[in-house]
Design a protein around this ligand. Structure first.
Ligand code: FES
Length: 159
């Protein structure tokens, strides 16, 4: 990377944190896949949610793009860990850009990271809603198939 880049960019570019992939079909994983139309770069950011606490316990990324995009996604995966989905939605691209001291022409690279976080949260929330819907449906079916014996007795007694 050229010398005018801040040391944080160079650090994250040379030692990117959390590079990798989770299984996108894992119900606890949210995947955000976004692209920058200006340059054609693509970023995939994934978050893993703990079912009980609803917090992000792990994150990873794969970015096909410039050094600033790689550094931005590396920072993003570090910042989202341990936070709730609501909390990570407040992470702004301007904070990432400030942390990396990105020049104005590279702001869209940090924007890609913000978009990727948002897309990953959206995917995770959609999966959770689907799971909740399924378990509610399963509950109704279970109640139909195995009615509560206590309720049956009460109904018989009431007749
Ligand atoms: Fe495209 Fe950085 S130049 S994301």
């Amino acid at each position: 990377l050229p010398r005018f880049y801040h040391e944080n960019v160079i650090d994250h570019y040379n030692n990117p944190r959390n590079v990798g992939s989770f299984d996108k079909n894992d119900p606890s994983v949210g995947t955000g896949l976004v692209g920058a139309p200006a340059c054609g770069d693509v970023m995939k950011l994934q978050i893993k949610i703990d079912e009980e606490s609803g917090k992000i316990v792990d994150a990873c990324f794969k970015t096909f793009g410039c050094g600033s995009a790689i550094a931005s996604s590396s920072v993003a995966t570090e910042w989202v860990k341990g936070k709730s989905m609501d909390e990570v939605l407040t992470i702004k691209n301007t904070e990432i850009a400030k942390h990396l001291s990105l020049p104005p022409v590279k702001l869209h690279c940090s924007m890609l990271a913000e978009d990727a976080i948002k897309a990953a949260v959206k995917d995770a929330e959609a999966k959770r809603a689907q799971m909740n819907g399924r378990s509610k449906a399963a509950d109704v079916i279970r109640r139909w198939l195995c009615p509560d014996p206590h309720r049956i007795v009460m109904t018989i007694l009431a007749v």
